[in-house]
Design a protein around this ligand. Structure first.
Ligand SMILES: NC(=O)c1ccc[n+]([C@@H]2O[C@H](COP(=O)([O-])OP(=O)(O)OC[C@H]3O[C@@H](n4cnc5c(N)ncnc54)[C@H](OP(=O)(O)O)[C@@H]3O)[C@@H](O)[C@H]2O)c1
Length: 303
């Protein structure tokens, strides 16, 4: 894996020089000691965790803007999305994202979970991808314990129908209770089934559906402020429309699928395209791991 952006002024340029025998000898400008940031090598989980730290965890002048309160939204909460797309914009192949993924993508997927307080996911993704409870991963479990946080993020499932199999390990065997977010008028017997399975039910909407902005606020009220959504595209479309999506970690897979799979964000178009700024790009085996942050909008205090 290599960092393609941002590169500091001190970043060496990997320009192979010829040895007298004609064999490449690597960088002409490698600093003494320590790996080059553009060197192609496997990154440790700690390095990836540092690269993907939530903004409030990044001290110092290079931290960039921290989370701020938008109207009706608690301060200090940050909603990041992690999605993978083919070159031609498909968010899945035959209903699964796995064919678009790679070992490095799954490594970053695990790191993002390791950093998060809650993983917010739409019910269709839970059903299609066969979601299981989050598992404790080193070194995150130790780091989280030191911070007084549970070993894994809570999985927070968004559903109106509650057409979910509550006998699955996702609900019966998680290390921390799975949260089910739904509307106040969700089917009563399904609500009872969710609670009986051990899920924490949160009502975040007046009808059967949730209000996406209330999802963020309700989780923040429970101390879950480092939020990660893994989609799917329909849920992400609602977060984007509600203006609560702070960051998009987009993995671009070097694959073309054609077909009619949804894009990573699906739903009614926004009134105005929302502007994001590039925060970082990593590369591994032709995959680009990009991270974009939403730009502060004039007239409000969103980032
Ligand atoms: N490329 C990627 O990184 C990626 C990531 C995730 C998923 N995917 C793919 O995306 C597909 C699934 O995504 P999707 O867009 O079809 O569905 P989705 O966003 O995962 O889930 C949609 C479901 O979430 C619930 N929901 C959404 N908004 C709601 C609201 N406001 N209130 C209450 N419930 C709400 C509803 O569940 P109920 O029907 O239960 O009411 C709805 O049917 C799969 O093929 C998956 O493989 C790809």
């Amino acid at each position: 894996m290599r960092r393609l952006f941002p590169l500091s002024a001190e970043s060496p340029v990997e320009s192979p020089v010829e040895s007298p025998a004609g064999a490449p000898t690597g960088s002409a400008a490698r600093p003494l000691g320590g790996p080059s940031p553009v060197e192609d090598r496997e990154w440790t989980l700690e390095e990836l965790a540092e690269a993907y730290a939530y903004p409030d965890l990044l001290p110092g002048p290079d931290a960039g803007p921290g989370p701020e309160a938008a109207p009706g939204r608690p301060a200090g909460v940050w909603l990041r999305a992690n999605m993978v797309s083919s070159l031609d914009g498909a968010a899945h192949h035959d209903g699964r994202s796995q064919p678009l993924s790679s070992a490095a993508d799954m490594r970053i997927f695990g790191v993002l979970r390791g950093l998060a307080d809650a993983v917010v996911v739409g019910a269709e993704t839970v059903r299609q991808e066969g979601y299981r409870p989050a598992r404790a991963r080193e070194p995150f479990a130790a780091r989280r314990a030191a911070e007084g946080r549970p070993p894994v993020p809570a999985i927070a499932v968004i559903s109106a129908s509650l057409d979910l199999d509550f006998s699955l390990p996702l609900f019966t065997e998680p290390l921390v209770p799975t949260v089910v977010l739904t509307g106040a008028h969700a089917p009563a017997e399904r609500l009872a089934a969710a609670r009986a399975a051990g899920a924490e039910v949160v009502l975040a909407g007046e009808g059967t559906r949730v209000d996406p902005a209330r999802v963020v606020a309700a989780l923040a009220e429970r101390g879950l402020t480092r939020l990660l959504t893994e989609g799917g595209p329909k849920l992400l479309g609602q977060f984007a429309a509600a203006g609560v999506l702070d960051e998009l970690c987009l993995s671009l897979a070097p694959l073309v699928t054609a077909g009619d799979a949804a894009r990573i964000i699906n739903g009614p178009g926004l009134m105005e395209p929302e502007r994001f700024t590039l925060a970082s790009v990593l590369e591994d085996a032709g995959f680009l791991f990009t991270r974009y942050r939403r730009l502060r909008q004039e007239g409000n205090n969103r980032l």
